[in-house]
Design a protein around this ligand. Structure first.
Ligand SMILES: C[S@@+](CC[C@H](N)C(=O)[O-])C[C@H]1O[C@@H](n2cnc3c(N)ncnc32)[C@H](O)[C@@H]1O
Length: 383
């Protein structure tokens, strides 16, 4: 697959593998996982993407000004305050880029100010755009100030030029923080969320809920997790770190009962609506820390047959793993975006009576060194 190296690849920091062929990128990822799990398991060949370009369905940019005082959008170079202007990006959904360019033009047209972090003054700070595989787009304008000058005109123009935008949200973040979103939001247009479809189910996505960012590979990842779960129909399953409930909802068709646990309140609200929109009855979602919740289940001696876990890059907490082992599910399907923490947590589970049966890398992040993996662990008969 031929491509021209991105012109800002040396300073942007968004990609690690610019200049490498896609096959070479996958080979490097495969070797990394094989090295990490050497002597433990034979790693499956990585599931490559047929679409290594324009896959990102979520893009966040910041605002600044160039030397002529014109508004620019871009990302801060790694560990710096230098804003790398972004016009094109080979890994982002192309319509998202068009929407970002459209905002840039309109903010200049209406002379809207840019937020100055040091002074704590000004308006536009970040822009977050999300898209779904059914062509719905969401824009979140993050400002330092509570008001946006020319809001009506800006909104009317942005909708005119970008009819795919199903919703526009204003979020206020005037704290000194690296977090993009602040606590207060108001919907300026649309419903405040967008919808997606995966493996025959529909999912609602709110601005702060986690959602897989690769629109082409997510179904492959989830299908592998369903296969590894080996469901027969009578199981009680836990979907830990469940986000908007995607995995639990997809698996609910194949089991007796599902419990989903997730710490982000907005994601849990989405999950509950997703349950009802898909007409599912046998799943319940709980908003809690996954470790604390598993401890409660273990204390109550709940019977869990299968556990699916998909923690953030930092992996699962010791409290979670300890309680998981006390619950003794037959199978554990561990989805991970952090190979080192997966290795750490798998080592713990191996000592506590589980065997690692399968390990499948999935390339969710072409051009980045990040790797997603799905692991299947099965409880040993002698434990
Ligand atoms: C990698 S995402 C996976 C979400 C979901 N399984 C999916 O595929 O969309 C990890 C999720 O764990 C949640 N999370 C992070 N720490 C948590 C904790 N201590 N307890 C419960 N959920 C947590 C995050 O909010 C996020 O939704």
């Amino acid at each position: 697959m031929e491509y021209q190296k991105c012109s800002v690849s040396d300073i942007c920091g968004g990609c690690d593998y610019q200049g490498l062929s896609y096959d070479k990128q996958c080979q490097k990822k495969q070797e990394r996982i094989e090295k990490l799990f050497r002597n433990i398991i034979k790693v499956q060949p990585i599931i490559k993407s047929e679409h290594p370009f324009a896959y990102r369905n979520k893009v966040q940019v910041s605002f600044g000004k160039d030397e002529k005082g014109k508004i620019i959008v871009g990302n801060y170079a790694k560990d710096s305050h230098f804003l790398v202007p972004i016009n094109d990006c080979m890994i982002c959904d192309e319509k998202i880029l068009e929407i970002i360019r459209s905002f840039r033009t309109l903010l200049n047209k209406y002379h809207i100010s840019v937020y100055d972090e040091k002074a704590g003054k000004g308006c536009m700070r970040h822009l977050l755009i999300r898209s779904s595989s059914i062509g719905e787009y969401m824009a979140v304008m993050v400002t330092g100030s509570p008001r946006i000058n020319h809001e009506k005109e800006l909104l009317s123009d942005i909708r005119k030029y970008n009819p795919e935008l199903k919703t526009v949200i204003h979020n206020i973040n005037n704290r000194f923080t690296s977090m993009i979103l602040g606590e207060k939001s108001r919907t300026l247009y649309g419903k405040g969320y967008i919808n997606d479809e995966l493996l025959g189910c529909t999912f609602r996505i709110s601005p702060s809920s986690f959602y897989q960012i690769n629109r082409f590979q997510t179904e492959k990842l989830y299908a592998k997790a369903i296969e590894y779960a080996g469901l027969k129909g009578n199981e009680k399953l836990i979907d830990a770190y469940c986000g908007t409930g995607t995995i639990g909802i997809l698996m609910s068709r194949h089991v007796k009962e599902v419990i989903g646990v997730e710490v982000n309140e907005d994601a849990v609200k989405d999950a509950i609506i997703n349950k009802s929109n898909n007409g599912i009855k046998n799943i319940n979602f709980v908003c809690d820390d996954a470790g604390r919740f598993m401890k409660k289940l273990a204390y109550d001696k709940e019977k869990i047959d299968v556990a699916v876990m998909d923690p953030p890059r930092s992996g699962a907490s010791r409290e979670f793993l300890k309680s998981l082992c006390m619950l003794r599910p037959e199978r554990i399907v561990y989805i991970s975006c952090g190979p080192d923490t997966l290795r750490r947590d798998v080592s713990y589970l191996l000592k506590e009576g589980y065997s690692l049966k399968k390990l499948q890398p999935v390339d969710m992040f072409p051009f980045s060194e990040h790797i997603e993996n799905v692991a299947l662990l099965v409880r040993r008969q002698d434990t």
